[in-house]
Design a protein around this ligand. Structure first.
Ligand code: IVH
Length: 711
């Protein structure tokens, strides 16, 4: 329950079964639900005076989603399902990106760039396409990588209807009102020929001159100055008062797009030309290059002219120009295979290392942290840097009091590159062999770089870090429950396990120092907001070693529901089981990771955490992205055997995964399809014996919706 007031009885919602609705009825019902849900959101969030129970409210949303699932073409622009919750008093409404906003793979060295292009050629190996993408001919659009924050602007019938931040790539914040204040964002698209629906993506940024002016003003007002233009751009776009945003000279560069009702270009270059016709600014420095050497020449040239540009750039972005090739290349987890960010080298500075502290992470790893005499590196003040592990300290012979070189590369945590000179009478650093927090022995396993605290459950540092991870942005994302609160609540035994979070009592918190009734109620409301969580976030929240956001997504996509995953992992305790083989079959999961995942379920206390949470939260089954949901391959297991004429194995696999299929390496009774290419061997025989449906290349292409794939 979000609050007692919500328990009051609901007026009955129209109760005709969704299966029986006609198009007309569905349309009317969606309109009614949108209005009704908006009304209740308003009462709940803005007036704090709900009229219906949580259950009745959830029922309205569920009905809305069920109708939308049956009639996807009727989904309204103002659909409640496109807003998770509504504008909470202290923030922005969340917006789910229909097409995820991806990040880019990074390259630092020239060789990384050459490897990237070799990888693309490999992807199309032995197909006619291979010649088109050979390293000396491939057409690549090169653009400066602007250091701001990305935004998505949705236009319907040529009018700007929504603007959102990237957020975590899946869910961003609705910043429409602020976006409208940018002069470089057209309210109506210029020219003609734009699709009815088109979402333009690009970077919101601030020129250096604007940045300095703002800092000068802040300094004069006695306010803390901003570290870099990107922070100001982010801070300005996320202002609750659009009037503040309007005073900041923010600009927008268009460089990509999301959902469109129809294609509008065949190449990236052409897309940029369209953007200009429609009234957007694109980078003056975007340039089409042919071949890797030309691309690298572009990088060096821009690097030299970097300081003359009016804005900060942290590298360049390469994009395969042909959009059909982009589509075929697809994505790996969170980044496209067809683009690469080539970063400029890190910036460095000298300073004095005052002390070396040891921090203990959620898996017990002891990490040495250098505490520095504050220094500005590439415009950002740096006071701490990571020293990685004890070998690194020994190798670099870093000691207290030393003068060291500090390096910063974009978002990367600052690092100590090396020692310039030791302090007088300094002695080598002795790495502790006991946990500085709980005092347990800290051991180093054979072949491991990290020393780990053996305190496990009794180590406060580990417990607190695990809980912090659990509520963090990529996991449960509980607003207002920061690292500091977790540590305090842990100390006072209010929160010892994840389940405790959902048992917090507002009246107890309200009595604590620094809290009051309003703030305590707000926290409980924020926690209640998160009682429904998508499976991938939930898996990430568990903090299984090596299982981050990307792997959590792979697992969610493969296993679909928590019950199914847990059941499989409990069976996978037996390394000879089909369940264990199934885990290894998930593309992207190797033996090492599998051991950690299975190991997590072997611990009774981890299973107890899951049992405890079961009563408090609802883990929502994985929902395939729109394209995949409608595909005949969604949720199916497919095996490829033998060579295909029209696409390489990598492309076939990528295509199948895009359409929501699981690609397995061996045939079993759970296999739905086997695609049999030339010279197929035992897998085809086994498939026939098991009665698995075999597809030839043409049938596969049809199923995959590939018409006339380059052959
Ligand atoms: S393309 C799927 N182009 O870099 C491709 N991104 O590290 C989407 N960025 O999130 C991005 N300049 O915020 C692209 N010319 C450019 C860019 C650019 C800056 C940012 C963007 C993105 C991040 C990835």
């Amino acid at each position: 329950m979000r609050s007692a007031a919500r328990r009051r009885v609901a007026p009955e919602a129209a109760a005709r079964p969704v299966d029986e609705l006609s198009d007309e009825e569905a349309r009317a019902e969606l309109a009614r639900l949108a209005a009704e849900i908006a009304h209740h959101d308003q009462l709940y969030y803005a007036k704090n005076a709900p009229e219906i129970s949580d259950a009745a409210y959830d029922e309205l949303r569920r009905r809305n989603s069920a109708i939308e699932a049956r009639f996807p073409e009727l989904i309204r622009a103002d659909s409640p399902s496109r807003r998770i919750g509504a504008a909470p008093a202290a923030g922005f409404a969340k917006v789910t990106h229909r097409v995820p906003m991806l990040s880019l793979e990074n390259a630092f060295a020239e060789q990384d760039v050459r490897d990237f292009f070799a990888g693309i050629r490999n992807f199309f190996r032995r197909t006619a396409t291979e010649a088109l993408v050979a390293e000396d001919v491939v057409a690549v659009m090169c653009e400066p990588k602007i250091d701001g924050l990305s935004a998505a602007l949705r236009y319907e019938d040529g009018r700007l209807v929504a603007g959102a931040t990237r957020g975590d790539g899946i869910t961003g914040e609705d910043v429409t009102a602020n976006i409208r204040t940018l002069k470089t964002v057209p309210e109506r698209l210029h020219g003609r020929g734009w699709p009815d629906i088109v979402e333009i993506r690009g970077e919101v940024y601030l020129e250096r001159a604007g940045f300095f002016a703002i800092n000068k003003e802040r300094e004069a007002d006695g306010e803390p100055i901003y570290a870099n233009p990107r922070n100001v751009a982010a801070g300005s776009l996320r202002q609750l008062d659009p009037a503040v945003t309007a005073r900041r000279p923010l600009k927008f560069f268009a460089y990509h797009w999301g959902e469109t009702s129809r294609p509008f270009a065949r190449t990236h270059e052409e897309a940029l030309r369209r953007f200009i016709e429609w009234g957007f600014t694109v980078s003056d420095h975007a340039n089409l290059c042919r071949g890797v050497d030309a691309v690298l020449a572009y990088y060096r040239d821009i690097g030299e002219r970097r300081s003359q540009l009016p804005y900060d750039i942290d590298g360049v972005v390469y994009k395969i120009n042909d959009l059909d090739l982009q589509r075929r290349l697809g994505f790996v987890s969170r980044a496209p295979r067809w683009a690469l960010a080539h970063k400029f080298p890190a910036e460095q500075a000298q300073t004095v290392l005052r002390d070396i502290l040891i921090s203990v992470g959620r898996t017990g790893t002891l990490t040495p942290v250098a505490m520095l005499e504050p220094i500005t590196v590439g415009g950002v003040v740096v006071q701490r840097a990571t020293l990685h592990n004890e070998d690194e300290i020994e190798r670099k012979d870093v000691r207290k009091g030393d003068t060291v070189i500090v390096q910063r590369a974009g978002d990367v945590i600052p690092q100590i590159v090396g020692v310039v000179r030791h302090a007088e009478s300094s002695r080598p650093f002795v790495f502790p062999d006991h946990c500085p927090v709980c005092g347990s022995l800290a051991v180093r396993e054979e072949g491991m770089a990290a020393r780990r605290c053996t305190g496990g459950l009794i180590c406060a540092a580990q417990a607190v870090e695990r809980l912090r991870h659990f509520v963090a942005r990529d996991a449960f994302d509980i607003e207002g429950l920061g690292a500091k609160h977790i540590a305090e609540f842990w100390e006072d035994k209010l929160i010892r396990t994840p389940g405790d979070i959902f048992r917090l009592d507002a009246s107890v918190i309200a009595r604590r120092e620094g809290w009051g009734e309003v703030s305590a109620n707000k926290l409980i409301a924020a926690i209640d907001e998160r009682r429904r969580i998508p499976l991938d976030r939930f898996i990430n929240a568990l903090g299984i070693p090596q299982v981050g956001q990307a792997t959590a997504r792979l697992l969610a996509r493969h296993y679909r529901s928590l019950a199914h995953w847990r059941d499989a992992m409990e069976r996978a305790q037996d390394p000879d089981s089909a369940a264990y083989a199934g885990l290894l079959d998930v593309h992207g999961i190797g033996r090492d990771m599998a051991a950690d995942i299975v190991g997590f379920f072997a611990e009774p206390h981890n299973r107890a955490v899951l049992d405890d949470l079961a009563g408090a939260i609802e883990v929502v089954d994985y929902a395939a992205p729109a394209q995949a949901a409608q595909s005949p391959l969604a949720g199916k297991t497919i095996v490829f055997t033998g060579g295909l004429q029209s696409m390489s194995r990598s492309e076939a696999k990528a295509r199948a995964e895009t359409l929501g299929a699981n690609v397995a390496s061996s045939v079993s009774s759970k296999t739905d399809f086997v695609v049999v290419g030339a010279d197929a061997g035992s897998k085809a025989t086994r498939a026939a014996a098991l009665g698995v449906k075999a597809l030839d290349e043409a049938q596969w292409l049809e199923l995959a919706g590939v018409s006339g794939a380059a052959g």
